[in-house]
Design a protein. Structure first.
Length: 393
């Protein structure tokens, strides 16, 4: 059992250091000392006096440490009495950095970043560098499983700026084995990086792991064909990109299936628009497919819109529907396309586009409603129709 006397004895070297540092600061300088420096010594002398009276005075210890008594033993003592105090940890980070101790610098900055959100962004490039350097790499890998408050900002920065994809992949896999799994935001950042590198299959599998099972069971090959999920503009969801001239959003109207349909409203009939602002990435194996959809036009004018499917890597056109035509009533459309067995077509793009390229074909007015998009293999549909006919007979 540790007695108070024994505990005090073990702290004696540090306390003696404090007393010595304080005594040195309190000694009067030579008479020839520069009088302009005297005001700078006053805070240090006051800190020394306070610290001699109370060795646990954190502000006094920090002032003395920063003034003229920087010493590894005093730094250790300061860390002990102020483990969660941001100014203390920032001063220690600066000290250990000057000493060339990157690991202790990282530990001190961890405290600062956890407690002060505004300090994180300037330190992200430093954290990225430490993630690849031997002295600090192991600690950064440990942070991946601990996921401190600054981790999401760092991981986003890593996904965007780190040139080595394998390093990003290592950190994400560590997050998968952590007690607290990756957040939806982390997953979306990682998927975006994989898409940027054109690792289509891996990106799709990672994205799919975050989609609720209820959505997967009803979506088929197309994600959210009824525009019901409320998720967009990431991964393999719909990308809906409104502008001041074009309003694009799920909304309520008559005759729709489910709770919502997608509404596209052209606000400025005099504006030239190269429309291509509704699209979704697909991962389809080589086969022939059929897309079914419902649409309705409200007071259309000017150009027409058409659905097209292309290979993601080379932009090759795989198929297209007819231009959307009609007014007032919901209309069905169906078109088929074939995905080739080609490495350049591992991923595909389904997009609603302006049908023509002439100036008069790029001016739109009125509105478009879209709903109930269903994508299936053609063989599946043919087999289903055959089975239905045989059952009827």
């Amino acid at each position: 059992m540790k007695t108070p006397v024994l505990q005090a004895f073990r702290k004696l070297p540090v306390l003696l250091l404090i007393l010595l540092a304080g005594w040195q600061v309190l000694q009067p300088g030579p008479e020839s000392a520069d009088p302009l420096q005297e005001p700078l010594l006053m805070p240090a002398r006051q800190a020394a006096t306070s610290l001699i009276r109370n060795p646990l005075d954190l502000q006094a210890a920090l002032a003395l440490f920063q003034s003229r008594a920087k010493d590894p033993a005093l730094a250790t003592y300061l860390a002990r009495i102020g483990p969660a105090h941001s100014p203390v940890q920032l001063a220690l980070a600066d000290f250990w950095s000057q000493q060339g101790d990157a690991v202790r610098t990282l530990e001190a900055l961890n405290v600062v970043m956890v407690r002060n959100k505004e300090t994180r962004a300037p330190l992200l490039p430093v954290l990225q560098r430490w993630a690849g350097e031997p002295p600090t790499r192991d600690r950064m890998l440990a942070f991946a499983q601990e996921a401190p408050a600054w981790w999401p900002a760092f991981f986003e920065y890593l996904c965007e700026q780190e040139p080595d994809l394998e390093r990003v992949r290592t950190f994400y896999r560590l997050r998968l084995s952590a007690a607290q799994p990756p957040s939806a935001w982390e997953r979306s950042r990682y998927v975006s990086r994989l898409i940027r590198e054109r690792h289509w299959q891996e990106a799709w599998l990672v994205w799919r792991s975050g989609v609720p099972m209820a959505q997967l069971s009803r979506n088929g090959l197309l994600q959210d064909g009824g525009f019901e999920s409320g998720s967009s503009n990431q991964g393999f969801y719909w990308h809906l990109l409104p502008t001041p001239d074009v309003d694009i959003r799920p909304d309520i109207t008559y005759g729709m299936e489910g709770r919502r349909a997608l509404h596209i409203l052209f606000r400025n009939p005099d504006t030239d628009i190269a429309f291509n602002q509704v699209w979704q990435r697909l991962i389809l194996p080589p086969d022939e497919y059929v897309l079914n959809l419902q649409y309705r036009l409200d007071e259309p004018g000017g150009g027409e819109l058409v659905w097209r499917v292309r290979c993601m890597d080379d932009g090759r056109l795989l198929g297209a529907g007819l231009p959307l035509q009609g007014q007032s009533d919901w209309t069905s459309q169906q078109f088929s396309f074939r995905v080739p067995r080609d490495p350049a077509c591992q991923a595909q793009l389904l997009r609603l586009e302006g049908a023509g390229g002439q100036l008069h074909e790029r001016v739109f007015s009125g509105g478009v409603w879209l709903d109930a998009l269903v994508l299936e293999p053609k063989l599946h549909l043919t087999t289903a129709r055959t089975a239905g006919s045989e059952a009827g007979r």
